[in-house]
Design a protein around this ligand. Structure first.
Ligand SMILES: [Zn+2]
Length: 246
């Protein structure tokens, strides 16, 4: 899927069909296996800078290495350090230790300098009054969705059908403390120029089922797709219509 022309041509249709082929590798079983680890008590609610959050970032890094998906930082450095000093200057309340965003990268075939960001926040609220806040939905769901999306894109790359634009997989820290990891990326250390960054598809709480959708839980809420341009809105509407409205 490209954030390109809003007119659907047959070649775009073929691209969507290709995407569907690799998207089929994203299964509830795989997502569940990741999520039961990522939101387990062992990760202690993934509070920013704490040992459980360090386990979470190690899990993400190990996944990308095992899938052969590289870091845009080079080598085995998948962590964009977010220093405690900066965090504590920007946080609303509390004091925190050093933290990190996790980054992985798939290079585009036709427009490698144009970047599509796929993001989700890696942190949650930690332990309060002895109770672990696991954050399976917020945002374990978005995090494991990203892992499976990355894996599907990597499969496409191996088959010579990689994305035209480059994709940055950006797991941001400190969201619960005030969008800190996102702010650090955009305001302090954008790994790729923001001018070349086409869009950010952020995924948060896609595990939620509300009363309106009890009969058919196969849905997501899409927010903001028609704000800066209508192209993304048109693309997502077309794909939704083709694959979910029968
Ligand atoms: Zn969230």
């Amino acid at each position: 899927m490209a954030c390109g022309s809003s007119k659907t041509t047959s070649s775009e249709d073929a691209n969507v069909d290709q995407a569907a082929k690799y998207a089929a590798s994203i299964t509830a079983k795989d997502l569940g296996e990741h999520l039961f680890i990522y939101a387990s008590d062992a990760f202690e609610g993934r509070d920013t800078g704490e040992p459980g959050q360090k386990m979470a970032v190690a899990y993400l890094k190990d996944f990308y290495i095992s899938e052969g998906i590289v870091s845009p930082l080079g080598g085995d450095d998948y962590f964009q350090e977010v220093p405690a000093e900066w965090i504590n200057k920007n946080v609303r309340r509390g004091t925190f230790k050093d933290s990190e965003n996790v980054v992985a990268f798939i290079k585009g075939t036709e427009k490698p300098k144009e970047i599509v960001v796929i993001s989700a926040h890696l942190d949650h609220e930690g332990i309060k009054d002895g109770e672990i806040y696991n954050g399976a939905d917020d945002d374990g769901s978005g995090t494991v969705a990203m892992l499976e999306i990355a894996q599907a894109f990597k499969m496409a790359v191996k088959a010579g059908k990689g994305p035209k634009r480059s994709i940055l997989f950006l797991h941001v820290t400190g969201e619960e403390k005030g969008l800190l990891g996102s702010k650090y990326y955009t305001d302090v250390d954008p790994i790729f120029p923001l001018a070349n960054t086409v869009c950010d598809l952020n995924i948060d709480m896609v595990g939620r089922i509300d009363d309106r959708h009890k009969a058919d839980p196969n849905y997501v809420y899409l927010i903001g797709s028609d704000k800066l341009s209508t192209e993304l809105h048109d693309v997502s509407e077309a794909v939704n219509k083709k694959y979910t409205e029968h």
